[in-house]
Design a protein around this ligand. Sequence first.
Ligand SMILES: [Zn+2]
Length: 255
Amino acid sequence: MHSHVAGDLYQLGACVPGENGHEAVRVYVLENAGQPVLIDCGSHLHRPEFMAGLEALLKGVPPAYVFLTHSELPHVGNLQRVAQRWPAVQVIVSNVMLPYIEIPPVLPLSQVTAVRPGTVLDVGGRKLVFLTALLRDQPGSQWIYDTLTRALFTGDAFGYYHAAGECEAFSDQLPQDISTARFLRYHQNAFRFLRWTQPARLNADLARLFHARPIDIICPTHGNALRTNISAHLHNVQSALSSARTALQSIGQPA
Ligand SMILES: [Zn+2]
């Protein structure tokens, strides 16, 4: 099953119930005028429904590219299956070390390209920009910006847990914006190092990244796309990062 986000951008994948609520594991697809681009490849846990959803969306058009934000399992769990199904697919990664370690068993290195932050790739008439992931749990992770839909693909960042019944809801289909508390709950689990960060510097970097280009949609892997109130969602994530330091430092402390 897939959901239409905006323009030629679609959302696939599923979610996993846990003690904090449901955690989405999303894959985003740009139809891209006959040269489809996948952002990440999803979890192997959802392989049958992911592959069926992808086949239904692509309608026989082979994906031209997979862009990996990073190489953790929820992001590459179906890469081997995608490469088997569409053997000519090109994989774009951000880190030279990771593909050498993890991807050669999946597909030949000639089909893997490593790009540096700041690279702009012209694909199917649109420009895709690679950015250093400001929030990451693996070195060399990247965010990707699409100049056509003005979507920013943020990998693990900007994730949030959702309730049963909200599994397919975009931000504008929820009764209210994702709150600081909701972003905090997810980010303090996803990025345990936040207790050692300087939130002011991190938030200033985030503000610079968002002010440098028009962003209409935020596409997190572990949440559905945020299509509205981008500045409010950015503000709420920044507030969550500011409080994560204190919230995490209190864990394990005597009451
Ligand atoms: Zn769900």
